[in-house]
Design a protein around this ligand. Structure first.
Ligand code: GZL
Length: 346
């Protein structure tokens, strides 16, 4: 029996040795070798070689900002850039210096770069249908940021920004309170054709004409949302109507601050001889209210970065977004300006 077992053991041993000694196959290419080792490696080792989950694809967003004309615009740009950095968004940013042709060029460049989403703050409401159609044909969603465009709703995913008409209505009520329901007003309008200017004028005028018959808007002209132009136009108003002016409504704080300089140079007291109501609630407005030179500023929130990228992420994830996402806003008056200023973010 023992002899038989020994013979069997010897056979098994000889057979096994023959296998190991088979001539080495020609060295296989690295890939095949890897595949061979991969398939030959025992199961437990295979686990360590499973591919790591792919890095989440970086969101690529093209944003056409209209310019840098005001404190408000700078705050809006900083909010968008800061939020992109915080979220690791690849932001392609373009400043159009308040020229529509530059915005159109930037949008076409974003299409060529095949970005995931395009954001636009349109400098004016009209003239966008052709290029927005190109965006749609390229299959890229478009978000209107801050300002509206006069295009069919199917050309943009959503508008996020303020209710400018309501801002005009609030400004009118504040002005009527300051004047006791009676007096002559001059108006500094924003950029001609911009949704902010069109609707702030509309809202203000509607309230004054329907509720305050003893308040008259005797002059109204654009100051293009800038301090310099606001000062220049206010100088012209003072030259023609001087002491006949009891109130100034400015579509933004920058023009109001320019007008304050003109009123002082003319020899009148801004905030006292001429009551002033403006819009935005930027830091400069709080400083002017603390100095007694501005009476009220109606807030228009520029900190749109977080909402903008929330919308971009939802769209890319295939989630539904509201067609209009309003900003939350308040009204700030001279009496509380010193207490309010420390908590202001822009
Ligand atoms: C309002 C924004 C306006 C600001 C101005 O949403 O478009 O443009 O009120 C800015 O200060 O120039």
């Amino acid at each position: 029996m023992k002899k038989v077992f020994a013979m069997l053991l010897t056979g098994v041993m000889m057979f096994t040795m023959a296998g190991c000694s088979k001539p080495a196959a020609a060295p296989a290419p690295a890939a095949e070798a890897a595949a061979e080792t991969k398939t030959e490696a025992p199961a437990e080792e295979a686990k360590t070689e499973e591919a790591k989950p792919a890095e989440a694809k970086k969101l690529v967003v093209g944003y056409s900002q209209l310019g840098a004309e005001s404190e408000w615009r700078t705050a809006c740009t900083n909010s968008v850039k800061g939020e992109a950095e915080k979220r690791g968004v690849d932001l392609k940013f373009s400043d159009a210096q308040q020229k529509q042709e530059n915005q159109i060029k930037a949008i076409r460049s974003f299409i060529a770069q095949k970005v995931d989403v395009i954001g636009v703050s349109p400098v004016v409401e009209s003239g966008w249908e052709t290029v927005f159609k190109e965006v749609k044909d390229a299959g890229i969603p478009l978000v209107l940021v801050d300002r509206k465009a006069d295009v069919p709703e199917d050309l943009y995913a959503c508008f996020l920004g303020s209710d400018f008409k309501a801002e005009g209505e609030r400004a009118a009520e504040e002005m009527a309170t300051l004047l006791g329901g009676k007096g002559n007003i001059v108006e500094l309008q924003g950029t001609v054709g911009s949704s902010a200017a069109v609707e702030r004028l509309e809202g203000f005028k509607a309230v004054i004409e329907s509720k305050y018959p003893d308040i008259k808007i005797i002059k109204s002209q654009t100051g293009d949302f800038t301090r310099a132009k606001g000062k220049e136009v206010m100088e012209a108003f003072l030259k023609s109507d001087g002491k006949n002016i009891q109130g100034l409504y400015a579509h933004n704080d920058d023009m109001a601050i320019g007008a304050i300089q003109a009123i002082e140079e003319y020899g009148l007291k801004p905030g006292t001889d001429i009551k002033i109501v403006s819009v935005d609630a930027v830091k400069g407005a709080f400083e002017a209210m603390i100095a007694g030179k501005l009476n009220v500023t109606v807030e228009c929130n520029p900190l749109l970065g977080p909402q903008f990228f929330d919308v971009c992420e939802k769209i890319v994830a295939g989630e539904a977004v509201e067609k209009y996402i309003p900003s939350e806003e308040g009204i700030y008056r001279q009496e509380t300006a010193a207490a309010d200023l420390p908590s202001r973010q822009y």
